[in-house]
Design a protein around this ligand. Structure first.
Ligand code: SF4
Length: 248
C-alpha cells in the first residue's frame, strides 16, 4: 500500500453507494470480483472503502485483530462491528476493548434482542445445548443482519484454509442471504501469512489462541483443541454443526 493510495482511499470516506439498487450492487460485484481475486488484502480493502465509503464496515470475532489492523491502515475510523452474543469468553471481550483502545477504528458492538437471561426465560435454560441452530439464529444471525442495514458492503476475516466449507469464499462476492456485498480480503491467506502479519505489525491476538483455542466462538460451544487436531474441531464439538449460519 502506498501513501498515495492510502490518501486516495481516505478521500473517498465521505462518498457512498447510498441510492444504488441491490441489482446495481450485484452487477458491480460481478465485474470486479474476478479482477480483485489475486489482489493483496490492502488493495481489496482500498477498493471497498473507495467504492462504498461509509456504507462499508468490517466485522471481527476478536480471535485476533488482523483484519481490523489492516482496515485501520487503509481507512482510519472505519467501522468495526463486533457481535457480543452474551456468551463470550472474558478474553474475547478484553481483546475487543484492547482493539478499541489501541487502533484508530470506530468499534460498534451489537447485541441480540434478548439478554441470555431473557432468552432462558423464553426458550428454557441453555438453548445452545438443545438447539444450537436456533440459539445461533437468535444471538448471531439476526443481530448481524440488523446491524448491516446501514451498509452496502461488509468485510469478514474468512479464510479458505480454515474449513472445507469456506473453499469457495470469493474475495468479493454477493451475499444472497443478506443482499449485501461481502468482501473477504484474507480469503487467500494461509496460517503462515496470518502469523507473519501479526509478527511484523505486533497485532493484538486473543490470549486464548495461546491456550489451546485456535478457533474461538462462544464459551459454551468452544473447547480446547489438542495439538494436531483440526483447528475448528473445538467448535460445537460432538455435534454435526460446523458453522453458526452467518456465512451461509
Ligand atoms: S455459538 Fe453456541 S452459545 Fe453462541 S450463539 Fe451459537 S449456539 Fe448460542
Amino acid at each position: 500500500m502506498t501513501a498515495a493510495t492510502t490518501m486516495a482511499a481516505r478521500s473517498f470516506r465521505g462518498s457512498s453507494t447510498a441510492g444504488r439498487s441491490q441489482k446495481e450492487l450485484k452487477e458491480l460485484v460481478s465485474h470486479v470480483g474476478a479482477e480483485l481475486e489475486l489482489a493483496p488484502a490492502e488493495v481489496i480493502l482500498e477498493w471497498a472503502v473507495a467504492t462504498f465509503g461509509e456504507r462499508f464496515c468490517i466485522t471481527s470475532s476478536m480471535a485476533d485483530a488482523v483484519l481490523a489492523h489492516l482496515a485501520s491502515r487503509v481507512a482510519p475510523g472505519v467501522d468495526v462491528v463486533f457481535l457480543d452474543t452474551g456468551y463470550h469468553f472474558p478474553e474475547t471481550i478484553g481483546t475487543r476493548d484492547a482493539v478499541e483502545a489501541t487502533l484508530p477504528v470506530n468499534l460498534v458492538t451489537i447485541t441480540p434482542e434478548q439478554t441470555v437471561v431473557e432468552q432462558d426465560a423464553a426458550y428454557g435454560k441453555d438453548l445452545f445445548a438443545r438447539d444450537p441452530d436456533l440459539c445461533c439464529a437468535l444471538r448471531k444471525v439476526a443481530p448481524l443482519a440488523r446491524s448491516l442495514d446501514g451498509y452496502d458492503a461488509w468485510a469478514t476475516g474468512l479464510r479458505r484454509q480454515e474449513t472445507r466449507n469456506r473453499v469457495i469464499a470469493p474475495v468479493v462476492g454477493w451475499d444472497e442471504n443478506k443482499q449485501k456485498v461481502k468482501v473477504s480480503p484474507l480469503a487467500r491467506w494461509s496460517d503462515e501469512d496470518v502469523e507473519r502479519y501479526i509478527a511484523e505489525h505486533g497485532v493484538l491476538v486473543n490470549p486464548l489462541q495461546h491456550d489451546g483455542y485456535p478457533s474461538i466462538g462462544c464459551r459454551p460451544c468452544t473447547r480446547r483443541v489438542a495439538p494436531g487436531e483440526d483447528k475448528r474441531s473445538g467448535r460445537w464439538a460432538g455435534s454435526t454443526k460446523t458453522e453458526c449460519g452467518i456465512h451461509v
